[in-house]
Design a protein around this ligand. Structure first.
Ligand code: FE2
Ligand code: FE2
Length: 314
């Protein structure tokens, strides 16, 4: 890359990174009329038993969903993206040049700042609304999926798999927060939080995709074959969800529904839950397939897959 191009990228970070110029997001007086999270992402909210409880219950459920989303994003940033960027900085992946390391540092700074903004928002929201998060997660489905896949690989392949997994995760996250940021029905502070974040994530997505594209051509053929073969199952797991719906059950318990009512609400909202998950993942899957092609990852050879599965079974 030319020096002029590098200077331009660095200058853009100084001018546009949210950590450099955005003021603190202040959560205003709380009102349970305002939606802090999309109703369409809450399968139980439209159930008659929930509706008859009124606005405060709906607001409680949405606040819990928003907290989980924000905590989940923070975990992805602090446990996954920052870790991968530190590994790039410290040569866990060979051949990373100084300029790519400089950008890895901007990612570390940005992600640390995003996690700070999200926790600040949760704490203010909690203070204003009196709604305490039911759980502060230490991991989530996406992180667990990446850890599961990584554990199946020989240690030498793990840093490159982590880079590929982070490249995919950053792409998914960018789209998720951009969609929430465009939702005009949500509380304005929440959409501002999402829009600010999207600006930085667009830059990160491009950085990781370019880096991964370069790295793909340098990987040994055996590593490329391994990643290609595991990708369909990995994406399935990564984009999956908790089908037992434990967190929703927990929220409903906190709303003092009886165990019978909880089972009824869960059962009667099952089709909404499945549709919602399908809607959220279908487009993502298409986008990730396109990104994988751009990186150079092709569809796995079905003959080889069949042979591998046959030998697994044996
Ligand atoms: Fe972020
Ligand atoms: Fe990011």
């Amino acid at each position: 890359m030319l020096i002029a191009e590098q200077n331009e990228i660095t200058a853009q970070w100084y001018q546009r990174a949210t950590v450099r110029y955005t003021p603190r997001i202040i959560v205003p007086d709380y009102s349970d009329e305002e939606l802090i999270y999309p109703l369409a992402r809450c399968a139980v909210c439209e159930h008659p038993l929930v509706l008859e409880r009124g606005q405060a219950t709906r607001a409680f459920i949405l606040a819990q969903a928003a907290y989980q989303f924000l905590y989940g994003v923070g975990l992805l940033e602090t446990k996954f993206v920052i870790q991968c960027s530190l590994d790039l900085l410290h040569n866990q992946i060979p051949g990373i040049g100084e300029f790519d390391k400089l950008q890895a540092l901007t990612v570390i700074i940005d992600e640390g700042y995003h996690a700070h903004v999200a926790l600040d928002y949760i704490m203010q929201m909690q203070h204003q609304s009196g709604i305490t998060p039911l759980q502060v997660p230490e991991s989530n489905h996406k992180l667990d999926a990446a850890a599961r896949a990584s554990a199946t690989l020989p240690p030498a392949m793990r840093p490159d798999f982590q880079l590929l997994a982070v490249t995919l995760a950053e792409n998914v996250l960018t789209e998720e927060i951009a969609t929430l940021g465009r939702d005009k029905g949500l509380a304005q502070t929440f959409t501002t939080l999402m829009m600010d974040h999207t600006r930085d994530e667009g830059r990160h997505s491009g950085y990781f995709a370019d880096l991964m594209k370069k790295r793909w051509t340098q990987l040994p053929q055996a590593t490329r074959d391994q990643f290609t073969q595991m990708m369909p199952d990995y994406l399935e797991d990564f984009l999956g969800t908790d089908t037992t719906r434990q967190f929703e059950r927990r929220i409903l318990r906190a709303c003092k529904f009886t165990p019978q009512q909880i089972e009824q609400i869960i059962a009667e909202s099952e089709s909404e839950f499945i549709d919602l998950h399908r809607q959220l993942t279908q487009k993502t899957r298409i986008r990730l397939d396109r990104l994988l092609k751009q990186i150079g990852v092709r569809e796995p050879d079905t003959n080889t897959t069949a042979t591998a599965h046959a030998s697994d079974a044996a």
